[in-house]
Design a protein around this ligand. Structure first.
Ligand code: PEP
Ligand code: MG
Length: 564
């Protein structure tokens, strides 16, 4: 494991909101299964069986101990698993294998495989126990070899569970009063871990990547499931206060229903960020009023060749059909830099984040853009989306008014509503020249922060700079909102900033009219907005704008809101 510097923040994909502050534990890995081949001499077989029995008894006792300390369903699952390790039929099968010369570990594998086939053939509830059989097999093998027991470690107090990935078996008996957050290196928003975490309603971050291995067992970690951040060595008082505050907030979130309004009735549209039809389906089951950012490039990350207009239209329809009568904002391909799309990326640039990415790819290859717009228009027409639910399309990485006009003309020719992302500082500063060509803009705070602060958004060391609370970024947003009012152009935010309930209030105070975030974050933002008046949001915005830095802005706004 690498050394960790203090106050490092690691980012992953936010799946379930919530805040936890506890010591990290790592799930123990499953043992490698032995192959057939080794033979135990006849005179050693009785002793080999004794070795197996001892290991199996130890595993059963450990499970009993955990069952005794657990409650409800967890207690039942653990007791039942202990019972399986004691099962006479299974032990007899192991004994038979050892008596025919197999070493204990292979004898366990062979006996379990036989039982797995029997359980699977029986089907129904029996088939569902197959994962438990594999679980006891792995526990006994690990014990025989003197390795750590795989799966959940025994813990006595609250912990943050770190794993490469989690299987349903790992989490069957997960006690969320002990395992207060789940964080995985792999997985995605629809992986097993994510599904289980949503069901358990435990804060969860997935797809953290190899950086997760920087976290040593025992390190205190502040997990923010809304932002997808893991803060190592956070200040204990601040972290404990954040956990307490979140508990109170969670009660309000659970009962919040949209559409979103401030306490005094000022409407803010809350939309979802999606990358495919699945995510759109999930969004449709939340309080999201529509889609505020459909990242189309994410559909084609593994495509070698450009999909045809028909193929693209089918992909876009999967998202559009989830919100047949509501606003859906499709973003044209944002290829390049951290999102390489084989058929639309420039090879070997010295500095890809500042290179030919986003709309710049389309400037160099207009037919690529027009085919995509044709596909979006085709899906729109085929789904019969009427004037009340037209499709909005926005371009990423717009930097000049000329680019905006060029893009808008191509959209309007196809009956699509044109917009642009404001994520290059030049676009924010030139909003008065850009807006007359467009019907809406959406501020991409992830890139706007990266380019304003000249700090790579992927760099964990620069996380203190790539923080959308940076007043410099907020000042550019304020300027954009002021121009939006002047030109009667809707100004949304679709970067991660929109998922942060406190920052969402600041953005509303600055004049942002819609916020688009991961669907898991929507209720949190809605509940926070409902607790403040528009004037409170405006005051919070003034406080943030006037702060010296991001940390100061966040603390000052938090303090102001707590004091209301
Ligand atoms: C952004 O930059 O804020 C944004 C929403 O776009 P992406 O994160 O896809 O670059
Ligand atoms: Mg961006």
């Amino acid at each position: 494991m690498n050394n960790v510097t203090r106050d490092t923040t690691i980012k992953g994909t936010a799946v379930v909101p919530g805040i936890s502050y506890a010591e990290a534990v790592w799930i123990h890995p499953r043992p490698e299964l032995p192959q057939a081949g080794a033979v135990v001499a006849e005179e050693g077989r009785a002793e080999e069986f004794e070795r197996f029995e001892k290991a199996a008894n130890t595993v059963a006792e450990r499970l009993d101990e955990r069952a005794a300390a657990a409650e409800g369903a967890a207690k039942e699952v653990l007791s039942a698993t202990a019972g399986m390790v004691r099962d006479r039929g299974w032990r007899k099968a192991v004994k038979k294998n050892i008596n025919s010369g197999h070493p204990a570990d292979y004898a366990v594998v062979a006996a379990t495989t036989k039982f797995i086939s029997m359980f699977e053939a029986a089907g129904g509830v029996m088939a569902e126990r197959v994962t438990d059989l594999r679980d006891i097999r792995d526990r006994v093998i690990a014990e025989l070899r003197g390795e750590q027991e795989p799966g959940l470690p025994s813990v006595s107090g609250p912990v943050v569970l770190c794993a490469d990935d989690l299987s349903p078996a790992d989490t069957a008996a997960l006690d969320t009063s002990l395992f207060t957050a789940l964080v995985t290196e792999l997985g995605g928003p629809t992986s097993h871990t994510a599904i289980i975490a949503r069901q358990l309603n435990v804060p969860c971050i997935v797809a953290v990547g190899e950086k997760l291995h920087q976290i040593e067992p025992g390190t205190k970690v502040l997990v923010d499931g809304s932002l997808g951040t893991l803060t190592l060595d956070a200040d204990p008082d601040t972290a404990t206060a954040a956990v307490h505050e979140y508990k109170l907030f969670a009660e309000r979130v659970a009962s919040w229903r949209g559409p979103a309004r401030t306490k005094d009735g000022h409407r803010v549209q809350l939309l979802a960020n999606v990358q495919d039809g699945n995510a759109a389906r999930v969004a449709a089951s939340t309080q999201a009023e529509g889609i505020g950012l459909f990242r189309t490039e994410m559909c084609f990350l593994s495509a070698v060749e450009e999909p045809s207009v028909e193929q693209q239209a089918a992909v876009y329809a999967k998202v559009l059909e989830q919100f047949p009568t509501s606003k859906v904002v499709v973003r044209s391909l944002d290829a390049g830099s951290d999102k390489p799309v084989a058929f639309a990326s420039m090879a070997d640039e010295m500095n890809p984040a500042l290179g030919v990415r986003g709309l710049r790819v389309a400037r160099a290859n207009e037919p690529l853009l027009t085919r995509q717009l044709d596909a979006i228009a085709k899906a729109t027409q085929e789904l019969g989306r009427g004037d009340d639910a037209p499709t909005w399309v926005m371009a990423p990485m717009v930097a000049t008014a000329r680019e905006a006009r060029w893009f808008a003309d191509l959209c309007e020719e196809r009956g699509l509503i044109p917009g642009a992302m404001i994520e290059v500082p030049a676009a924010a500063l030139m909003a008065d020249k850009i807006m007359p060509h467009l019907r809406f803009v959406s501020i991409g705070t992830n890139d706007l922060t990266q380019y304003t602060m000249a700090a790579d958004r992927m760099s964990p060391q620069l996380a203190y700079l790539t923080d959308p609370w940076q007043p410099a970024v907020l000042r550019l947003i304020e300027h954009t909102c002021n121009q939006g009012k002047k030109f009667d152009t809707a100004v949304g935010v679709c970067g991660e900033a929109a998922a942060d309930p406190l920052l969402a209030c600041v953005l509303t105070g600055l004049g942002v009219t819609s916020l688009s975030a991961a669907s898991t974050a929507i209720a949190g933002v809605g509940a926070q907005l409902a607790s403040l008046t528009l004037e409170d949001c405006q005051q919070a915005a003034r406080i943030a704008l006037d702060s010296e830095g991001a940390t100061e802005a966040r603390s000052a706004v938090r303090e102001f809101i707590q004091g209301l």
